[in-house]
Write a protein that binds this ligand. Structure first.
Ligand code: NAD
Ligand code: UDX
Length: 460
């Protein structure tokens, strides 16, 4: 283990952010010792095994290179705090489900417990870095808790929000668009900031390391997610209009995306966005706006989430309407359950809503997904009587009346749909919630094809 002063990094929270982020820091900064701790013993055991707790392309290789070299996983939180110079806090900050602000505000109980543990255990000054996504001015609350220590210790709190996306986390970390570090503009604050800049400067070009005050950094994270989600809701709103006319959402997206002021990325119409961040962070933003009496601003951002839920709903309504207004007893195969491709994560996945709605209509749902079946089983535990799981998409589609593509896994574009068609009930339907399949070819095979925001190709 490295014993250089100032070179002990600790990350509290070994999840989708803590694990990959720290693995990449350990990879790029071999002279630092990086320890990741978690209260979840099983998660830590998985990080120490050959079967990591999360699926992320490229992650296994980075962990293999660094683990037990300068990357360590542990449940011994107290000793790890004592040994650390810089502590990243990357615990979960879900939407509150109880009490004041339920359904909107961030639930800060995990985060606050962490701050109190640091204050109680630390026996030397530390730099504490907010890595979790937090409400505006949380760093001030963090400072208050830490400063309440009676040991004369000093803690510098920085905000270093994480912008990685799942499925591309390792690329995003290796080659970020920017790294943002918010600090106090005091001598101590700037010194702490420099300690963090020094870490990222190992591989991130200095012009991409942006510094700001703490509150701007906190708000930038919520704003970035709100803008990204807003783009998806915007294109999805137009997809609904396309389905009422003969316009084609892909043609519209291509045309507007050519305008460099708009840009072409994040304009893929879909069954709606999922994931653990967008909805939670927008609702958090809405709650903060309401707190400051900015009700018009709150309603503006809230509409992004409302539109997304409309898009989920619309997808199921199209299925129901198209299949002669009854799906009771029909077998429907869901191709994909993860909230996006290249991850096993199903948090807030549109698939959860879709599966539940189909079961409400008494359909039998068969779920297939290359990485997310374990999570899907957990998500649908209470309606397991109406759900089957299949590793193999061909098996999932067998005897089905319809296929709904919910996740844009590339393997679904390479299946033999002629073979699939022959094993299905007829008329056979495909609802492509990601517009990834070759709709004309499917129609030629005999499918009735219902894309998002494009004219349906059907035989009746
Ligand atoms: P996660 O649930 O995967 O991981 C959080 C981990 O923290 C869990 O393993 C949990 O056991 C642990 N934890 C909770 N309380 C603890 C405590 N007191 N001590 C030690 N460990 C504790 O969450 P995540 O997806 O990694 O997200 C973490 C934060 O990062 C959130 O604020 C999230 O909004 C933000 N974020 C997430 C993403 C993403 O793509 N998932 C991207 C950017 C930012
Ligand atoms: C997001 C942000 O992109 C990332 O910067 C932040 O740190 C965490 O939240 P993530 O949720 O992991 O990342 O994935 P992202 O690629 O943003 O996709 C979110 C959802 O939007 C997925 O369900 C995806 O399928 C959907 N999406 C994305 C669309 O429907 N259309 C698009 O054009 C892009």
């Amino acid at each position: 283990m490295n014993s250089d002063p100032g070179k002990h990094i600790l990350c509290i929270g070994a999840g989708y952010v803590g694990g990959p982020t720290m693995a990449v820091i350990a990879d790029k900064c071999p002279e630092y010792t990086v320890t990741i701790v978690d209260i979840n013993e099983q998660r830590i055991e998985q990080w120490q095994s050959d079967s990591l707790p999360i699926y992320e392309p490229g992650l296994n290789e980075v962990v293999e290179r660094t683990r037990d070299r300068n990357l360590f996983f542990s449940t011994d939180i107290e000793n790890a705090i004592r040994a650390a110079d810089i502590i990243f806090v990357s615990v979960n900050t879900p939407t509150k489900t109880f009490g004041e602000g339920a359904g909107k505000a961030a639930d800060l109980q995990y985060w606050e417990k962490t701050a109190r543990t640091i204050a109680r255990i630390a026996d030397s000054n530390k730099v504490v870095v907010e890595k979790s996504t937090l409400p505006l001015r949380t760093a001030r609350a963090m400072e208050r808790i830490l400063e309440a220590n009676k040991k004369g210790l000093h803690f510098d709190v920085l905000s270093n929000p994480e912008f990685l996306a799942e499925g591309t986390a390792i690329n995003d970390l290796n080659d970020p668009d920017r790294v943002l570090i918010g600090s106090r503009q005091t001598e101590r604050g700037l010194k702490a900031r420099q300690a963090l800049v020094d870490i990222f400067a190992h591989w991130v070009p200095t012009e991409k390391i942006i510094t700001s005050n703490v509150w701007s950094a906190e708000l930038s994270k919520l704003t970035a997610n709100a803008f990204l989600a807003q783009r998806i809701s915007s294109i999805n709103s137009i997809s609904a209009l396309c389905e009422k006319s003969e316009a084609d959402i892909e043609e519209v997206a291509a045309a507007i995306g050519k305008d460099r002021r708009i840009g072409s990325r994040f304009l893929k119409a879909s069954v709606g966005f999922g994931g653990s961040c967008f909805k939670k962070d927008i609702l958090n933003l809405v709650y903060i706006c309401e707190h400051y009496g900015l009700n018009e601003v709150a309603r503006y951002w809230e509409s992004v989430v409302n539109l997304n839920e409309f898009q989920h709903r619309r997808f199921v309504q199209t299925m129901l309407k198209t299949m002669f207004n009854t799906i009771a007893g029909k077998r429907i195969a869901l191709f994909g359950f993860a909230f996006k491709a290249d991850t096993g994560d199903t948090r807030e996945s549109p698939a959860i809503y879709i599966a539940r709605k189909l079961v409400d209509e008494h359909a039998q749902v068969i779920v297939t997904d290359p990485e997310a079946l374990a999570n899907a089983k957990r998500d649908l535990r209470d309606i397991s009587y109406a759900i089957e799981f299949a590793d193999d998409p061909y098996k999932a589609a067998q005897d089905a009346h319809a296929i709904a593509v919910v996740t844009e896994w590339s393997e679904y574009t390479a299946l033999d749909y002629q073979k699939i068609f022959e094993t299905m009930q007829h008329p056979a339907f495909i609802f492509d919630g990601r517009n990834i399949l070759d709709h004309k070819a499917l129609h030629k095979i005999g499918f009735n094809v219902f894309p998002i925001g494009k004219p349906a190709l059907k035989y009746f």
